[in-house]
Design a protein around this ligand. Structure first.
Ligand code: BGC
Length: 720
């Protein structure tokens, strides 16, 4: 892209209304090729001669805008005619929606005043070698669009009856273009449609539509109406214990649609925003609404689906469906914590615990490449990693397990996809992060002091606290060791001399052992084993198993311990216990929310408590993917599909299933870059039948016996 266009924004004082930038032009001859390049301060929808350009939405997406603002290119040749009108509507999007959750009133007012700006060029080529470029400059005019208000958190107001020919000139500020980069992430697209399942009236008298599935995206509705009729819709995730519509957990996000009708039959969905919801309440709706008038349109980064898990247990299958929907709903350009309330931010801790599962379920390499590049761009000068990426200055940096996304995510992408590039790109960010710990710790060789989230939402939290009772210095130091270990591995892959950091790792391990000889909580045991810090890994894993048994086979772990809990148990001979935890139906467990009707993963094991009440109104998301990380245990341990560190990207594979009598059968498959790997086991005729397909060289381990095999499909019969 030649960066010669000018940034433009409307010469007007209107705050809410979204501008539509207009440029008319004539062409004597149809060009051979025409490419439209666009970006915006906000999100845009572009049309040529009334036809939408491309099939992406909410572009240019969410990045660290000050240094990295993506632009998109579209081949628009087929849309052109002799007389042409280019129209681009721009809404605030992530760029300037005033987030209610973390910023104060003054800051919000400032955000609202940010101009919605456009940067665009249309490059035309003819067969005879002629070229022409139409670029954003003073020749563009602006009109008020039908989008009267739009905003990420509060929703959208659209007046289909609004018509005006009044136009305004544009301002052309000297903003520079050094931050413009080509589209790096996945495109954001509308996905499959979800038809409304039912429409009903609640005890309070509210008319509510149920889509039967929590989604992230928007509602599309069709109706016949008269000009000026209104539709007003609120979004919600759950009903309260009395069956009434519930929105308190959206906190400061209004999440509403207001639509003003024109005459006749019409279909509408919001253009420049999104919501997280399963239910909608029809606050105002003309006539007698019917379920068939409504469908939900899920919107997310257009990643290819690669992973599947099916089992003989329908609740477990529903759990996996919830994990998939949790990923779809939260992989909307950045890995958000949740898609509905007044945050929707790229929380690093959540992404860190889920990135392995994410990379098996979908091809998430490009998605993470872009987000990690934003992480590098936003790394604070002291080397700490902001808790949310893209950064928000109001939110801090420097928490163990959150910042460790800097090492864990790139390493996992390397293991799953086998591409060194991501390690090369993130190497300096990892190094600065590790050095930051060394510079800021109160105890050399450990990470002590600082402010951390601890074992966030651990069930062993003291009354009134969100932080589990695991020692925060312990968690931080264990993660320090782990990140240094991954950094050393990454450096070796890249051919770097890692001697200094290998020594550092040994020092941390030694110091850790001296300082933390005893483990008190489930999470402390889990980390000591999984990060290979305990003197005796087997004894520590056994002690963990005993601890879990003693408390009635209940997990007590939070964000930090949960993702590794089952792995530790099965790797050290306690697979049966891992299955009991996985298949437990009573609270606390993965299946408790499923029995309560969940269609995504909840932030709290008991977001809806046993008595039907809510855990809290304050922090209670019903689409928070982190605990869905259990899927990687099912892929890796239950089905046994492992990457091999020395030959990543499934160049070599290790298959070592752990069947259990609690299920009749289980099957998992992943479409790797080398083809499909699948592993199924089934109890049959007093033994176990294994059906395994590998797309490359593999070692298959059944009943402790190793077989080296080539690409192909294999059947084995093993012991019960
Ligand atoms: C988010 C979490 C996040 C946390 C930090 C919350 O508000 O929703 O998922 O990781 O803050 O502890």
């Amino acid at each position: 892209m030649k960066k010669q266009a000018k940034w433009i924004y409307p010469k007007w004082e209107k705050e809410d209304v979204c501008p539509v930038f207009i440029r008319d032009f004539s062409l004597e001859e149809t060009p051979k090729r025409a490419v439209l390049t666009i970006t915006a301060h906000g999100v845009y929808e572009a049309c040529i001669n009334g036809e939408k350009v491309g099939d992406a939405v909410l572009m240019p997406g969410f990045t660290s805008y000050q240094t990295r603002l993506q632009y998109q290119e579209y081949d628009v040749t087929p849309l052109l005619a002799e007389e042409n009108r280019l129209e681009v509507t721009v809404g605030p999007g992530w760029y300037s929606s005033p987030m209610p959750g973390w910023i104060d009133k003054e800051e919000r007012e400032k955000k609202k005043k940010e101009p919605k700006a456009l940067y665009i060029s249309l490059h035309l080529w003819w067969n005879d070698g002629r070229e022409q470029v139409i670029e954003s400059d003073e020749s563009f005019r602006v009109k008020e669009s039908k989008v009267r208000f739009s905003e990420i958190y509060d929703g959208e107001t659209y007046d289909a009856s609004f018509e005006s020919d009044e136009t305004w000139e544009v301002e052309t500020p000297e903003w520079g273009t050094d931050n413009l980069i080509p589209q790096q992430g996945e495109w954001i697209k509308e996905q499959e449609r979800v038809q409304a399942k039912s429409i009903f009236v609640t005890p309070k008298g509210e008319t509510v539509v149920d889509f039967g599935q929590e989604v992230t995206g928007y509602v599309s509705f069709t109706l016949s109406a008269q000009k000026g009729d209104r539709v007003e819709i609120s979004h919600g995730e759950v009903l309260d214990r009395n069956g009434n519509f519930y929105t308190e957990n959206y906190r400061g996000a209004k999440a509403k649609i207001c639509y003003i009708c024109r005459d006749g039959e019409q279909t509408y969905h919001p253009k420049l925003t999104f919501f997280g919801f399963r239910y909608i309440r029809l606050d105002v709706f003309p006539g007698q609404p019917k379920a068939e008038q409504f469908e939900a349109v899920p919107v997310h980064s257009d990643m290819k689906r690669t992973g599947w898990i099916r089992t003989s247990d329908s609740l477990l299958n529903q759990l996996f469906s919830n994990i998939i929907w949790g990923q779809k709903g939260n992989f909307l350009d950045v890995p958000t914590d949740c898609p509905q309330r007044d945050e929707r931010l790229g929380w690093t801790g959540d992404a860190e615990v889920f990135c392995k599962t994410a990379s098996y379920n979908f091809d998430a390499e490009r998605f993470f490449e872009k987000w990690l590049a934003d992480m590098s761009a936003d790394q604070r000068p002291d080397g700490s990693i902001p808790h949310v990426i893209p950064d928000m200055p109001q939110i801090n940096s420097g928490s163990a397990a959150w910042d460790d996304a800097a090492a864990i995510c790139p390493w996992q992408m390397y293991l799953t996809y086998g591409n060194k590039e991501i390690l090369r790109n993130q190497f300096s960010c990892m190094k600065k992060y590790i050095d930051y710990i060394g510079n800021s710790t109160e105890t050399p060789g450990l990470w002590t002091g600082g402010t951390h989230y601890g074992d966030w939402l651990g069930l062993d939290a003291p009354e009134g606290s969100y932080r589990g009772s695991s020692n925060e210095d312990f968690i931080a130091s264990a993660h320090y060791a782990h990140s240094v270990q991954l950094f050393v591995k990454a450096g070796k892959v890249l051919g770097e001399d890692m001697t200094e950091y290998e020594k550092l790792y040994e020092t941390i391990r030694q110091t850790f052992r001296e300082h933390f000889p005893v483990y008190h909580t489930q999470t402390e045991h889990v980390l000591a084993v999984w990060f290979e810090l305990a003197e005796n890994l087997q004894e520590t894993a056994d002690a963990l198993a005993e601890m879990i048994q003693k408390c009635g086979v209940k997990l007590q772990t939070g964000f930090v311990g949960t993702p590794y809990l089952l792995h530790v148990l099965s790797r050290y001979g306690h697979s049966d216990l891992a299955y009991r935890l996985l298949l437990r139906r009573e609270y606390p467990s993965w299946l408790y929310p499923v029995e309560k009707g969940a269609t995504t993963i909840w932030e709290h094991w008991d977001g809806i408590m046993q008595d039907g009440g809510f855990w809290s109104a304050d922090m209670n998301s019903f689409n928070h993917y982190a605990y869905g990380a259990v899927a990687d245990w099912i892929y890796e341990e239950a089905a046994g599909i492992h990457t091999v560190e020395e030959a990543p990207g499934f160049e070599k594979i290790r298959i070592e299933p752990h069947p259990d009598t609690s299920l009749d059968w289980l099957e998992a498959s992943i479409d790797t870059r080398r083809g499909r790997v699948s592993s199924k086991w089934e109890h049959r005729d007093g033994g176990i039948r294994y059906e395994i397909t590998v797309p490359s060289d593999a070692v298959i381990v059944i009943d402790k016996k190793e077989r080296t095999v080539k690409k192909g499909s294999y059947l084995f019969f093993g012991k019960q």
